[in-house]
Design a protein around this ligand. Structure first.
Ligand code: ATP
Ligand code: MG
Ligand code: MG
Length: 548
């Protein structure tokens, strides 16, 4: 189902097409290449691409690369990969830096019209004279510079005659405007910084509020969709398009950004986690980046379904993180092999099972999807079970293994715990059990019932595996609300466990996904797995109380 649900932006698009205001829908996704994309960006990507797709329009991927200090080609490449992985194809790949010459020429047009001037105030002086919500700003003493002087100074800014911060180009709009973004905003600043694409060709760079509307107009974007914090900038957006005498007239529409509980959704903070070594890179499976979610095991389908469900609104809201989990469970439920993994192994010796014998048992691959068929799994005298599935002194209602109790081994037999072996420290290191051959799974045995069913892995052929379980990176409670960001990091966000998976999974490749009986959905980590050991990231546990 690819139809996006109705939302206010889609309604505008339908109306614009109906009344002939536009003949084709053109959108763009405009990331700044200063970090990796996160799940919030996925919302914007889905919105822009799906909207244009639905009405047979076009979507550009445009890098908003006007701030060279923070930008890098590594980010450009990761962003391209993430957009494609999500399942979208852009029409044109553009860079705002492609337009630097044109943007400069348009600024000259503004200067000639008396709509822009070179200002020598320092950043601090500009802040001080900008006014407040209740007080108008003060006009800069440089506001009345002649066109000739402005043209000369602007050319010399470009030529590199001035130092960073010495001068800026400002729009001449209205210092008394109730909208502060119209109080002679800066259009160009000086920055002697190497740019990842234009190198040292430029030492003046356009501001976002100037570059963005012009880039949209150059590309023929019809609906320029951005997040709500740009609402106040919309009159400036329209001013720039009109005063620069652009042929096309793109329009800006704002929607609420995505916020998710317990989730850091800002590139600045995500970068600080990477730079401070809190995580092992932008694609750490705990990161809410698209690359992190991919490595964790989320699928493009699940992220797109999530974005569709949360919808597009103009009111800010907070989405429950469990909703994202719901969509990955839904996506994987019928697709993944359900197999057995032991994450905290405890050895069990079945004393009445013949030594040296290995038999093959049949195990269904997915109890909710017969089409997935079945596989054969080995069983023998030695198996591993979960440490948690045994208690020497069981509490009431504990139906798993304890001395004298009998349980069902999934896909196999009933076993009964006869003896507990401990080490010198008194820890349980092995169980001795007996099995009843008559209770074989699928044999129709009805002689007696047991209350517990546990999973297991045959020991001699088991494949060693590491399991990584995750908790939120950030502690999000009242006590830590005022603490600096890095002191709010959850020290227990990663738990590493060593155990075993079924022998049949030995050939698994990075990105393969499974449901491990009673543990959850897992993804084979493509970076950490090797021939000796598979590393599984837990995508999500099996159940949650949440159902949207
Ligand atoms: P951040 O604050 O995380 O750095 P940004 O808005 O600065 O994000 P950009 O690269 O400028 O990042 O964003 C590209 C596009 O993605 C923009 O159109 C922006 O509005 C959108 N976007 C960013 N974060 C979100 C979010 N949380 N929800 C929805 N859209 C978002
Ligand atoms: Mg940003
Ligand atoms: Mg931005």
């Amino acid at each position: 189902n690819k139809t996006i649900s109705s939302n206010f932006i889609r309604n505008i698009v339908v109306e614009d097409l109906n009344k002939g205001a536009v003949s084709e829908i053109v959108t763009r996704f405009p990331p700044e290449p200063n970090g990796y994309l996160h799940i919030g960006h996925a919302k914007s990507i889905c919105l822009n691409f799906e909207l244009a797709d639905e009405f047979k329009g076009r979507t550009n991927l445009r890098f908003d690369d006007t701030n060279p200090l923070k930008e890098d080609t590594e980010y450009v490449e990761s962003i391209k990969q993430d957009v494609q992985w999500l399942g979208f194809e852009w029409d044109d790949l553009r860079f705002a830096s492609d337009y630097f010459e044109e943007l400069y020429n348009r600024a000259v047009v503004l200067i000639k019209k008396g709509k822009a001037y070179v200002c020598d105030l320092t950043a601090e002086q500009m802040r001080e004279t900008r006014g407040t919500l209740t007080e108008p700003g003060q006009e800069s003493p440089f506001r009345s510079r002649s066109v000739e002087e402005n043209l000369d100074l602007f050319a010399r800014m470009r030529a590199g005659e001035f130092k960073d911060g010495e001068r800026v180009l400002r729009a001449k709009i209205d210092m008394a405007s109730p909208n502060i973004s119209l109080r002679d905003p800066v259009l160009y600043r000086i920055s002697h910084t190497h740019h990842h694409r234009t190198g040292d060709a430029w030492c003046i760079y356009p501001m976002y509020d100037y570059a963005h509307p012009l880039s949209d107009a150059i590309e023929g974007v019809t609906h320029s969709i951005c997040t709500l914090e740009f609402e106040d900038h919309r009159p400036l957006y329209d001013w720039v398009v009109a005063e620069c005498e652009m042929e096309a007239t793109p329009h800006q529409y704002e929607f609420a950004r995505l916020n998710i509980t317990n989730t850091i959704m800002s590139k600045r903070y995500l970068k600080s986690l990477v730079d401070n070594g809190v995580v092992d890179g932008w694609d750490d499976p705990r990161m809410p980046t698209i690359s992190g979610l991919r490595r964790r095991g989320f699928t493009p389908e699940s992220l797109r379904a999530f974005c569709r469900e949360i919808g597009v609104a103009r009111a800010n809201s907070l989405v429950d993180e469990r909703m994202l989990e719901h969509f990955i469970r839904e996506d994987l439920k019928l697709k993944t092999l359900r197999s057995m993994a032991v994450v905290r192994p405890l050895k069990v010796v079945i004393t009445n099972y013949p030594e040296g014998q290995v038999e093959q048992l049949e195990a269904e691959n997915n109890s909710e999807n017969e089409e997935m068929g079945s596989r054969s799994i080995p069983f023998s005298r030695e198996i591993y079970i979960e440490q948690d599935d045994f208690m020497e002194v069981p509490p009431p209602k504990y139906h798993r293994l304890y001395p004298g109790n009998e349980v069902r081994l999934k896909h196999a037999y009933f076993i009964k715990c006869e003896e507990v072996i401990k080490n010198e420290a008194g820890e349980v290191i092995e169980l001795r059990c007996t099995y009843d051959p008559e209770t074989k799974s699928g044999s129709g045995f009805t002689g007696r019932k047991v209350k517990g069913t546990i999973h297991w892995v045959e020991a001699s052929q088991a494949k060693a595996a590491e399991f990584r379980h995750f908790e939120p990176l950030l502690i999000d409670d009242e006590a830590s609300a005022d603490k600096p960001f890095l002191e709010r990091i959850n020290p227990e966000s990663l738990e590493i466990l060593q155990g075993y998976v079924e022998q049949g999974m030995a050939e698994s490749k990075g990105g393969d996904k499974f449901q491990f009986f009673r543990h959850g959905y897992y993804n084979v980590d493509s970076k950490l797995s090797d021939e000796d050991k598979l590393v599984f990231n837990r995508i999500v546990s099996l159940k949650s109380s949440f159902d949207p």
